[in-house]
Design a protein around this ligand. Structure first.
Ligand code: PPS
Length: 346
């Protein structure tokens, strides 16, 4: 009898220790989970390796803006706020996409839009409708940030505008998608495009060597992508087979630099947003030679786009530029007619 009482007491003691251990274990699991969530790891955004050929990664965001104020203030509090914000709302397909054009000023537009509280956008370029379409729509939606009711999901991938299959693919996602095209004088756009390639491959032939099929006759090489992208009318025709003109907004790349607030007003109207982004948000940075964002209230620093945006262009002989201008003229006029907007490039 005494022995069985003693055994019962031992069992009871073991049970208590076991239950304490299991509570402790549960607590550890819970705290680990919470810790990871607060650091943003709960979000299912894929994190692949490279920009360009690979799907987007948040690390690309670091080069998008360069601060113009002395660095040093920590961004840790804002990043933990972001993590918390990330866990609310749901991931939706973009209702609006900046589809082009490469070197038009698409990054500036997206970053200006991202200060609007009702816009949430992927920082890097998803390239879904051109490179990664076989990954499927669920993969694409999963790349999107979470949005609350009334917020707009957006992305920008400038190569969509010249991708043959893109209009049909976007249409099959949603025929109601709003399409934004930032266009810029095709001659300066071509030089900008060339400048970017030259930065990556310094041994590149001269601009005129690439632009002309025959330099003596002045025959333009339309197979060179820097030239081909600027034939806006041709690419737009492809999109108009699927979407009516009312689904498009054409933003002037030139005005985005000379009057960012004015151009942003049009963009916000088109997206059905309150005009929150106004001239109060911009200042002209003399050193950069471009508009930059003023210090947003209660956070971060004044910021300009990174070094790869607003680069100096190499000197191109004026005769070459004139020939290229002649080449584009009929296409530009066609584009003005199609869009009902004279961009004043001629
Ligand atoms: N605010 C501001 N700051 C810096 N740069 C600005 C700005 N607004 C427009 N731009 C012009 O944007 C050009 C780059 O265009 P994209 O962002 O469309 O380029 S990309 O296709 O994403 O590579 C870039 O072209 P380059 O001048 O040739 O570098 C700029 O002229």
């Amino acid at each position: 009898m005494g022995c069985s009482k003693w055994r019962a007491a031992v069992n009871f003691g073991q049970l208590k220790v076991q239950s304490k251990l299991s509570v402790l274990f549960t607590m550890i699991v819970l705290f680990t989970y919470l810790f990871y969530c607060l650091n943003g790891y709960c979000d299912s955004l894929p994190r692949p390796q490279q920009f360009g050929a690979s799907p987007p990664s948040p690390s690309h965001l670091t080069d998008l803006w360069s601060s113009v104020a002395p660095s040093g203030s920590s961004s840790s509090s804002s990043s933990s706020n972001m993590s918390i914000a990330n866990s609310f709302g749901s991931k939706k397909f973009p209702q609006a996409i900046i589809i082009g054009v490469k070197k038009g000023g698409t990054r500036a537009l997206l970053e200006f839009l991202r200060i609007h509280p009702d816009v949430r956008a992927v920082g890097s370029e998803p390239h879904f409708f051109d490179r990664f379409y076989d990954k499927g729509l669920d993969w694409y939606r999963n790349l999107m940030p979470r949005t609350l009711d009334g917020q707009i999901t957006m992305e920008k991938t400038p190569s969509y505008f010249i991708t043959k299959e893109a209009p049909r693919r976007v249409f099959s996602m949603s025929r109601r998608t709003k399409l934004i095209v930032v266009v810029r004088d095709p001659v300066t756009r071509a030089v900008s495009d060339y400048t970017q390639t030259l930065t990556k491959s310094p041994g590149l032939p001269s601009f005129q060597n690439l632009a002309f099929r025959n330099i003596t006759t002045g025959l333009i090489d339309t197979s060179w992508s820097a030239v081909r992208i600027g034939i806006y009318a041709k690419h737009l025709e492809n999109w108009l087979r699927f979407f009516p003109l009312s689904r498009f907004l054409f933003v002037s790349g030139e005005r985005l630099v000379s009057d960012p607030a004015g151009e942003m007003g049009r963009v916000q109207d088109f997206l059905g947003l309150k005009r929150v982004v106004t001239d109060k948000h911009f200042y002209f940075n003399q050193t950069k030679g471009f508009p930059c964002l003023k210090k947003p209230e209660g956070s971060s620093r004044p910021r300009c786009l990174g070094k790869s945006k607003g680069r100096p262009h190499p000197q191109i002989p004026s005769g070459v530029l004139l020939r290229l201008r002649d080449f584009y003229r009929p296409f530009n006029l066609k584009f003005y007619q199609m869009t009902g907007h004279n961009f004043g490039w001629d």
